[in-house]
Ligand binder design. Structure first.
Ligand code: C5P
Length: 301
């Protein structure tokens, strides 16, 4: 018996845009232009959007699909979409000899939008990676990072989609501690919070830069260490949007949950577990209890 292996034509390329989670986020200061200085440990989850490119000679367009794409409306796929802005920046930065084409970009939006897990930023970073490859644009990593910075504070860290410590307003990246095997549950209850509003609402002293080890041997070590840090934006987000507090309380009470915290400027929150399987089981259970919530559970990437 012979098996037929079906492969996509080589010209169709896909990139995953993994969810970005801030395990802690300290606002350490404020720049004269109003942007906030941060110290954050960023990790990436198996959950993500997916960007696929079908090149041809027609002008480049973007189509949105997936659970959250349909709710966004036609304008969301216009030139202001971060994916299209990323394409324009990359086109302008391409090396001579690049094979720039048009065609269709199809973005499957599986992550809730504007929710503190970097959906739009991860999409923009995926577009930079994907089109650099597809167009043979030859843009080096250092230039890609500069383009990413122009697209938003969270886009540089999403370029590599690897655990990283993020400082400055998001542009200073360094290797984070080595993480132990662990699992994560992500929950978004369907409410949106505005990032600028959350930053504006933050008050009180700035948090200090965290003191981190080079590695954590176990999930419990990680959690003991994270318990000394916080998300400076959690309190203001809960004030603006009280359902975030309900999500945090629910996550903290999940069996075997080790820590519950909000990611970024919210409203998505996460819980950490000792293993991906524990997280997966907890997410299944929670999704049954709260069918209107977006719930995901599994491993980090
Ligand atoms: O850069 P990005 O578009 O993601 O930021 C959205 C808004 O969040 C900014 O306009 C700013 O008000 C706020 N922000 C901030 N400090 C940061 C990142 C974002 O004040 N480091």
């Amino acid at each position: 018996m012979s098996a037929t292996v079906l492969t996509a034509p080589q010209s169709i390329l896909t990139e995953e845009a993994h969810a970005k989670i801030n395990l802690y986020l300290h606002v350490t200061g404020k720049r004269p232009d109003g942007y906030h200085l941060l110290d954050s440990l960023v990790v990436f989850a198996g959950a993500g959007d997916r960007l696929t490119y079908f090149p041809d000679s027609t002008p480049l367009t973007l189509e949105l699909g997936g659970r959250f794409g349909a709710t966004l409306g036609a304008d969301a796929a216009g030139p202001d979409n971060l994916v299209m802005k990323a394409a324009s920046l990359l086109r302008a930065a391409s090396k001579p000899g690049a094979r720039i084409q048009g065609g269709r970009l199809v973005l499957e939006k599986n992550l809730p939008v504007a929710s503190g897990i970097g959906g739009g930023s991860a999409d923009a970073a995926a577009a930079l990676r994907l089109l650099n490859r597809a167009w043979h644009a030859g843009v080096e990593t250092s230039t890609l990072l500069q383009l990413a910075e122009q697209l938003g504070a969270d886009v540089p860290v999403c370029l590599a989609s690897q655990t990283a410590r993020m400082e400055g307003i998001g542009e200073h990246l360094s290797a984070g501690p080595v993480l132990p095997d662990c699992g994560m549950v992500l929950v978004n209850c369907g409410v949106g919070v505005s990032t600028p509003e959350v930053f504006r609402k933050r008050e009180g002293a700035f948090h200090a830069r965290a003191d981190l080890p080079t590695r954590w041997a176990s999930a419990q070590d990680l959690v003991d260490s994270l318990a000394q840090q916080t998300n400076s934006l959690e309190a203001p987000a809960c004030q603006i949007c009280p359902p975030v507090q309900d999500v945090l309380t629910t996550l903290a009470h999940l069996p075997e949950a080790l820590l519950a915290r909000m990611s970024g400027s919210g409203a998505t929150c996460f819980a950490l577990f000792s293993t991906p399987d524990q997280a997966y089981q907890a997410a299944q259970h929670l999704a049954e209890q709260q069918p209107d919530w977006w719930v995901w559970g599994g491993a980090l990437v």
